[in-house]
Design a protein around this ligand. Structure first.
Ligand code: SF4
Length: 462
């Protein structure tokens, strides 16, 4: 199988060192809680030459995850992330390397004996090494001809390949969802690597015919993988993975619902972190343990009618994506008592997988894949976005709506008027921010924060 030369993965190695350090500290959650408390004032306002290498981690362990019990959960999740990065960089391995697009649920892939790389995750890995590293990757891709209009995650994936930060693939799997950026960038990645590629054809509608179409696609994917990997899918392993997925989704779905309480016992941050962990290892025991723990901690606060912060004042409903280059939640929570009670990416809404036979597993995997974030909303008509949005407005007692628009997500931006009209009808103040999830050059953190301050003040929320 493909091998690379020395001097690879410089950024990934830096990110892994930082992640291992965080994971090691999380074994002592009380001590980590103190480190976070001492460091947060140094990290919360802006990035500078002193804090640029640790800021991302301190902000991730910001407020929603700052209870020592939740910090322990963070450490559990970091095991999967560390193992994922180690696997990606394991150049001595003879296992085939499969690239899998970040919106694909990878249960089926994990039932093969392979190494896996999710190209878009490099946008987050490079962030862990400092936000300049992410910009470096994006610029590298743009210099080589990627359009600035592409999703920055897609550009980072190409930048990583050009910079010897990505392992060479033996096989690539992708899909026609959730957007043109993904569909076109995978053609570029395939063109650059020449690896055989399978593209899942995502249906537009939400009916039995569409589910059946996608299910047939999954069977074709299995045939493709068995042929190119020269292996048979391990159905017992897939059953185990699906059972973990069911359990994990059960906890996370309940966690999503708990935020309807006032005050909210959790923010969406654990859900977003779980989204990241699932890319590294869908249906892993660690992911399940993380979900169980954050669920139990939130349920305990719910029972005591306690918020996860001292003083909840503003309840935000948040679409489209979080700002990864500068995680804002700690700043919003500390400065305004503003918490995100429901969001587009973290919210789990799915169906259980019947694990009684290969046929039932593949049938239900098709449904769970189509119910994933960025898949269930973006592949069909505007109603797929808006109906869920209206339900959230009805159920979560939000004080305002934040649309953190990512420049790549043209589908989300296309619905701006409809989002605004739904908010007007519901009497919900709305803020639309033009940003880029990973690229700090698009709009600065300072400017985004200024927009929040103006918005809260002008609507009497702060
Ligand atoms: S973040 Fe937006 S632009 Fe990027 S892949 Fe997801 S849907 Fe596409």
């Amino acid at each position: 199988m493909n091998k690379q030369s020395a001097e690879n993965f410089a950024i990934s190695r830096a990110a892994l060192r930082a992640s291992r350090f965080g994971g090691m500290l999380s074994r002592y959650p009380r001590a980590l809680g103190w480190v976070r408390r001492l460091m947060l004032p140094l990290a919360i306002q802006d990035e500078n030459s002193f804090n640029k290498h640790f800021r991302f981690f301190i902000l991730l362990a910001g407020c929603a995850m700052s209870d020592p019990k939740d910090l322990r959960a963070l450490g559990i999740l970091s095991r999967d992330l560390n193992a994922y990065m180690e696997n990606v960089m394991d150049e001595a391995s003879d296992k085939p390397m499969v690239w899998s697009e970040w919106n694909l649920s990878n249960e089926i892939l994990r039932a093969f004996d392979v190494r896996q790389y999710v190209p878009e995750t490099f946008a987050i890995v490079s962030q862990m090494a400092g936000s300049d590293a992410a910009v470096e990757m994006i610029e590298r891709a743009e210099d080589e001809g990627m359009a600035p209009e592409h999703c920055s995650a897609a550009k980072t994936a190409v930048g990583a390949l050009l910079s010897n930060e990505a392992p060479m693939p033996d096989v690539i799997i992708s899909s026609s969802h959730p957007c043109d950026s993904v569909a076109s960038s995978y053609q570029t990645l395939q063109y650059m690597t020449k690896a055989p590629m399978f593209v899942l054809d995502t249906p537009y509608w939400d009916d039995e015919k569409s589910f059946k179409h996608y299910e047939n696609n999954l069977w074709d994917l299995i045939t493709f993988l068995e042929k190119h990997l020269e292996q048979k899918l391990d159905w017992d392993k897939l059953r185990e993975i699906c059972e973990n997925v069911n359990q994990t989704n059960h906890y996370l779905q309940e966690l999503s619902e708990m935020s309807r309480a006032v005050p909210s016992p959790t923010s969406v941050e654990p859900l977003l972190l779980s989204w990241l962990g699932r890319m590294a290892a869908f249906g892993s025991p660690n992911g399940m343990e993380f979900a169980e723990l954050v669920h139990a901690n939130a349920r305990e606060r719910l029972r005591k009618k306690r918020s996860f912060i001292n003083n909840e004042k503003i309840r935000m409903i948040w679409y489209d994506v979080p700002l990864v280059f500068a995680p804002l939640f700690p700043w919003l929570e500390k400065k305004f008592g503003a918490v995100v009670v429901s969001d587009f990416m973290g919210r789990i809404q799915t169906v259980p997988i019947d694990t009684s036979s290969p046929e039932t597993m593949v049938r239900d995997l098709a449904k769970t894949h189509l119910y994933c974030t960025m898949v269930r909303h973006t592949r069909g008509p505007a109603e797929f976005y808006l109906e869920e949005f209206k339900k959230i407005i009805d159920e979560y007692s939000g004080d305002c709506f934040i649309f953190m628009g990512h420049q790549g997500c043209k589908g989300g931006w296309a619905l701006r008027k409809m989002f605004r009209d739904v908010c007007r009808e519901a009497g919900l103040p709305s803020l639309f921010v033009s940003s880029d999830i990973f690229d700090k050059r698009h709009v600065t953190e300072e400017e985004v924060k200024r927009q929040f301050e103006d918005f809260f003040r002008s609507n009497g929320l702060a």
